[in-house]
Design a protein around this ligand. Structure first.
Ligand code: F6R
Length: 618
């Protein structure tokens, strides 16, 4: 969602800020803007639309070696030029960019209006610019502390002020902010993607922290209150920048037409990374040190509740199945976005698992906090190290997928499944899962990277099937039991990037309603693994075929489709693993189908309309 960049140093700020904003585009946005501070004061350019439109329309004289920039995802007010950030005070001396939401914005807007301030936008952020401008404190830092003291809500902010032309000030509460240290220059961003091209010497601000940034360095403070006065105040902290081991190439699509394609093909290597050092082949178990739970604590778990949003929720359903089957502990997954609104019962012997690629999804984060408030223990399956959810949970499993830039999640989702595989085996092995079964599953997990590679090697065939699917306005994705979350994820990926209506259904439920929609215009993608349900699944395919519904079947070579063989529009065989682990191998072709269908339709694959990479607002 919204993105922040900032620069102070020896170079012209605008081109660097525009470059940074381009690198944040994948997060999703609908307007963009810049403010630079130069010899002639503060200049602002902002508009609804793409970063390249902003770049094209930038005034010729837009010089200045200090600046801030923003990509906005509309929350308070529509995507208009006026609502784009940066926001300024009436005199145009303070410029603010902001990620997050100010909950008491309406009250503050009313108060400012009553005091005679003419507001220029519908946004919550604008109040910050006015509050900073109206403070009479001596230092910029204290003015900002006072403004922040008035607001309730979340923020990552960057502020430039014409009266303090040697600095930028940034602060964080719930929205990431990272400082990048260069050579006589400093960068700021809300996402690593905008920094790694310039520097890998980084400092992550904590919630409740502020930093003054000059061309030569930075100093940090904790936001608090001045003793005895209750007024907002600042205490110096000692945050230092650290050299971080990041491969800048990971943020570059290289020879691929999109990040999604690059990330699809990275999956075998990423899968190896999540498994590395975590499989105990001798005892047939997982070795997940980050859980912070010993065997006795693992043994005491009586239920597992998995929470995530979107694809993280669907893979959570796959995980719940794995845990129930292997550990025989009741397990289920629920959309984190719904969970906390039904006053959930939190039990001390339930293990709660929060699943999130970004570690920033607000619904998942708030669900974690609600559980913890009620005394529950939460572990995280998170990709982004040091993200809000990763820091909030009581332990967990990092996914080691590397940065995932495309909005459609692929490699992180695969690693979520593998993390669940290891967790299920480890939970099983402290219960009734035998050593032989444990070894069987550990060997199965070890085979998965190579098997993913085999599926990806069939990309050209999948592309042909995808072309046919792209023609349909509406599709079904069906599966049963282990196959149903696979179908849900397949439909999710398809609708996300092709904008086709794709609906997932339990194969067993077709007869109870949706069969009425089956026609030659509505293809069905069916998940038919060679498992205990294969005959029932094939029978359902006959029912679809009898009504003229085109079929694409994701299956195993050993499955005999009988006389359907001659009429299916596509048969995709994936390698077999252990039955419990098959879901992920059945998911990979669905990712590839969605990608090629979107390519065929000419969509912007990495930036699907209306979607953001991390959903940081409720
Ligand atoms: C699907 C997709 C979304 C995310 C969801 C959760 O491809 O990308 O459905 O899975 O927004 O995001 P994270 O995992 O970052 O919490």
């Amino acid at each position: 969602m919204c993105g922040i960049v900032g620069y102070i140093g020896t170079q012209q700020a605008a081109p660097l800020l525009l470059e940074g904003l381009t690198r944040l585009e994948h997060r999703g946005y609908d307007s963009a803007g810049l403010a630079v501070l130069g010899g002639s004061g503060l200049k602002v350019a902002k508009q609804a639309g793409r970063v390249r439109d902003l770049a094209d329309g930038l005034p010729k004289r837009f010089g200045g070696k200090i600046g801030i920039g923003h990509t906005r995802w509309a929350t308070h007010g529509p995507a208009t030029d006026a609502n784009a950030h940066p926001h300024t005070d009436e005199a145009g001396r303070v410029a603010v960019v902001h990620n997050g939401i100010i909950d008491n914005a309406a009250a503050l807007r009313a108060e400012l209006t009553a005091e005679g301030v003419v507001l220029a936008s519908d946004t919550d952020t604008e109040v910050l610019a006015h509050l900073v401008a109206r403070s009479s404190a001596k230092t910029l830092e204290q003015r900002i502390a006072e403004a922040l003291g008035r607001i309730e809500g979340t923020y990552g902010i960057a502020v430039a002020h014409a009266d303090f032309p040697d600095r930028l000030v940034v602060a964080r509460n719930g929205s990431p902010l990272i400082i990048g240290v260069g050579d006589h220059e400093m960068h700021v961003a809300s996402d690593l993607a905008a920094l790694v091209r310039y520097t890998t010497t980084l400092a992550h601000l904590d919630d409740g922290e502020m930093a003054t940034i000059t061309a030569g360095g930075f100093t940090t403070y904790a936001l608090g209150s001045i003793e005895g006065t209750g007024r907002p105040g600042l205490t110096a902290t000692d945050r230092r920048a650290k050299e971080v081991d990041i491969d800048p190439e990971a943020y570059d699509a290289g020879e691929h037409d999109s990040f999604m394609h690059k990330e699809l093909l990275e999956q075998p290597a990423c899968a190896e990374a999540v498994l590395r050092g975590r499989l105990d082949e001798r005892f047939g178990t997982g070795h997940l040190g980050g859980l912070n739970l010993d065997a006795r604590e693992l043994r005491a778990i009586r239920r597992v509740k998995i929470l995530g949003c979107g694809s993280a929720y669907y893979v959570g359903q796959m995980g719940a199945s794995l845990i129930e089957e292997l550990a025989r502990i009741p397990a289920d997954a629920e959309a984190a976005s719904e969970f906390r609104y039904r006053n959930p019962i939190v039990e001390p012997d339930t293990l709660y698992v929060a699943v999130s690629q970004s570690g920033e999804t607000i619904d998942t984060l708030l669900a974690v906090q609600e559980i913890q408030r009620k005394g529950g223990r939460v572990i995280g399956l998170v990709n982004v190290v040091g993200s809000a959810i990763a820091r909030q949970v009581d332990g967990g499993i990092y996914l080691h997928s590397g940065p995932e830039v495309a909005v459609a999640s692929t490699k992180a989702l695969t690693n979520m499944f593998l993390a669940f595989g290891m967790l299920a085996v480890q939970l099983g092995r402290v219960r009734d899962l035998s050593i032989a079964d444990g070894k069987r599953l550990i060997a199965g997990l070890t085979r998965i990277p190579e098997q993913i590679d085999q599926v990806l090697a069939t990309e050209a065939d999948l592309a042909l099937v995808a072309k046919r699917l792209a023609e349909a306005e509406s599709l079904f994705f069906i599966g049963r039991v282990r196959g149903f979350p696979v179908a849900r994820e397949g439909a999710q990926k398809f609708k996300e990037i092709t904008y086709r209506h794709a609906e997932a259904y339990q194969t067993s439920e077709l007869k109870h309603g949706p069969l009425a929609l089956i026609s030659p215009e509505v293809p069905t993608v069916a998940i038919v693994p060679d498992d205990e349900l294969v005959e029932r699944n094939v029978a359902a395919l006959h029912e679809i075929a009898a009504r003229g519904g085109p079929l694409v079947v994701i299956t195993h070579e050993s499955v005999d489709l009988g006389d359907l063989e001659g009429i299916v529009a596509g048969r995709i065989d994936v390698p077999r693993n252990e039955r419990e682990l098959d879901p992920i191998l059945l998911t990979i072709p669905l990712q590839v189908l969605a990608y090629h269908a979107a390519l065929e339709l000419g969509h912007d694959i990495d930036k699907p309309r209306n979607l953001a990479k991390s959903v940081t607002v409720e």
